[in-house]
Design a protein. Structure first.
Length: 148
């Protein structure tokens, strides 16, 4: 995905005033614009009970996700992007949406997930229970969006 600066350079170079452009150059500019509209990495992972689900998770998208339990009542999910889709740098944010796969009462018992940028090839997500009484089943949808 091209950054805004990259798109501006491509437009100013390939569509420069007073020059004739080829169809291929025009398609290149248009495709760069289309590609910049979609996040680099998007998908989801499924977390069973927070703090007890361990190992590889069910995922969708160009990624893998593994859950560990670093603290009591907390899950750490290590998300790794496919090697073909790294972020341009670590200056990106992760937008997340959580869907319940269990009864509403079970999924009211956790704090909002948060992320840490660990590399251009992935990030970590932390989800913590408020108490250990309920069993959750969550689908976490995400988009990784570059800021540069």
């Amino acid at each position: 995905m091209a950054t805004r600066a990259d798109l501006t350079i491509k437009i100013n170079t390939d569509l420069a005033t007073g020059t004739s452009i080829t169809a291929a150059e025009h398609r290149g500019v248009e495709q760069a614009i289309v590609d910049s509209c979609k996040p680099y990495n998007a998908g989801y992972f499924v977390v069973g009970d927070i703090g007890t689900t361990l190992g590889a998770l069910t995922v969708y998208g160009l990624l893998s996700a593994t859950a560990t339990s670093p603290y009591t009542n907390m899950s750490k999910i290590v998300v790794v992007f496919n090697t073909a889709t790294p972020m341009p740098n670590t200056n990106y944010y992760v937008r997340m949406f959580v869907k319940s796969n269990a009864t509403p009462a079970s999924n009211l018992d956790f704090f909002p997930p948060y992320f840490t940028n660990t590399s251009t090839t992935g990030f970590d997500v932390y989800i913590r229970e408020q108490s250990s009484g309920a069993t959750q089943s969550l689908v976490v949808y995400f988009e990784a969006i570059p800021l540069d």
